[in-house]
Design a protein around this ligand. Structure first.
Ligand code: SF4
Length: 342
């Protein structure tokens, strides 16, 4: 378990919104038990999903969290919401240490922190009307005693997400993917949270619909002053909505900084490779730019690589990378990366 006594300040961006962090994560570590190995089963195995992750999110800010599948993005988001057990680290929300909050206090805390799920089809109960779906958190938290008492609030929320209030009496099957995601967002907003973890909220939607939902999330953020952790793998979408970007690889943050800094001057070889795969709208530029291919397979997180976790796939790795882990350090103003060579 990482020590809490030597926690360095989490990397911060330069945007003014960061004057007051709403969320602060220090040395967050999550490991999942994964059975036993060895002839006698003497070795306990753990999946090292998130290891020593630190960052802050300013009030009203969006931090984009990117990386390939299995890198720990979703686990990080859920850990902040206290939906998975932590193995180490500290989480501060609105100035309060919430790392060990339990019971009624945790339930109260969750009113202020909500999750928007990836799959708008699987996340809505097909047997409930929109009214019951959006009102559910209000009932669970005792804000209303009966579903019908929530009708005004649900109507207001549906209007906020661009749906006609009368749609509250319909069932999910009557809606398109984009509309369902709007319903999900309405449900997440029902308890007036300050912070939303949006876990790949548009990746299951048609490309044509994605921009609409992302724009809606931006509008709502401006109107309500929300703070987002926006998890995604579509780098164009993440760039559009985020103020800052954090790049994860194999359970660790390898780069974090202001959005434009990261996209225009990436420091880490992994970020460079990810960005080299993003299509450029200009066909001439697209034809001339160089793609960086990442060779090899994503590492086994039951036994993560020593040193820099990226060394088994890094095109510029040196001997030292296999033995010594590079710290996440400032490479440019408000721009941190973990690499010995940048
Ligand atoms: Fe590549 Fe070494 Fe930098 Fe890791 S520390 S990204 S292996 S050069």
């Amino acid at each position: 378990m990482p020590s809490l006594t030597n926690v360095s300040s989490p990397p911060r961006g330069s945007s003014d919104s960061l004057a007051e962090p709403l969320v602060r994560v220090e040395e967050l570590t999550v490991r999942f038990p994964a059975g036993r190995a060895g002839f006698w089963g003497q070795e306990k195995l753990y999946l090292h999903a998130v290891e020593g992750v630190s960052f802050e999110i300013g009030r009203g800010e969006t931090l984009g969290l990117v990386g390939e599948s299995g890198c720990g993005k979703t686990t990080t988001g859920r850990a902040i919401l206290r939906r998975v057990p932590l193995d180490g680290g500290r989480i501060t929300f609105d100035g309060e240490d919430i790392t060990h909050v339990e019971g009624e206090s945790l339930r109260r805390l969750r009113r202020g922190m909500q999750l928007v799920f990836q799959d708008p089809y699987a996340s809505l109960n097909p047997r409930l009307r929109v009214l019951e779906i959006v009102a559910e958190p209000l009932l669970v938290h005792g804000v209303v005693g009966r579903v019908r008492h929530a009708e005004d609030r649900v109507a207001e929320l549906l209007e906020l997400v661009g749906l006609p209030p009368e749609h509250m009496f319909r069932y999910p099957h009557a809606f398109s993917g984009g509309q369902r995601q709007r319903i999900n967002i309405a449900r997440a907003l029902s308890l007036e949270p300050d912070f939303i973890v949006a876990d790949e909220p548009v990746s299951a939607l048609d490309v044509s619909i994605r921009a609409q939902v992302v724009n809606l999330m931006q509008d709502i953020q401006e109107r309500l002053g929300l703070t987002y952790l926006f998890i995604g793998h579509d780098l164009s979408v993440v760039r559009h909505i985020s103020h800052r970007i954090a790049v994860m690889y194999a359970g660790k943050i390898v780069e974090i900084g202001d959005r434009d800094e990261i996209y225009e001057d990436p420091k880490h070889p992994y970020t460079k490779a990810l960005l080299s795969a993003v299509p450029i709208p200009d066909p001439k530029l697209e034809a001339t730019r160089k793609r960086i291919t990442i060779a090899g397979a994503f590492p086994d997180l039951l036994r993560p690589p020593s040193g820099c976790r990226f060394h088994t796939r890094c095109p510029i790795a040196i001997e030292r990378c296999a033995h010594e882990e590079p710290p996440l350090e400032e490479k440019a103003r408000a721009h941190h990366a973990a690499c010995w060579l940048t």
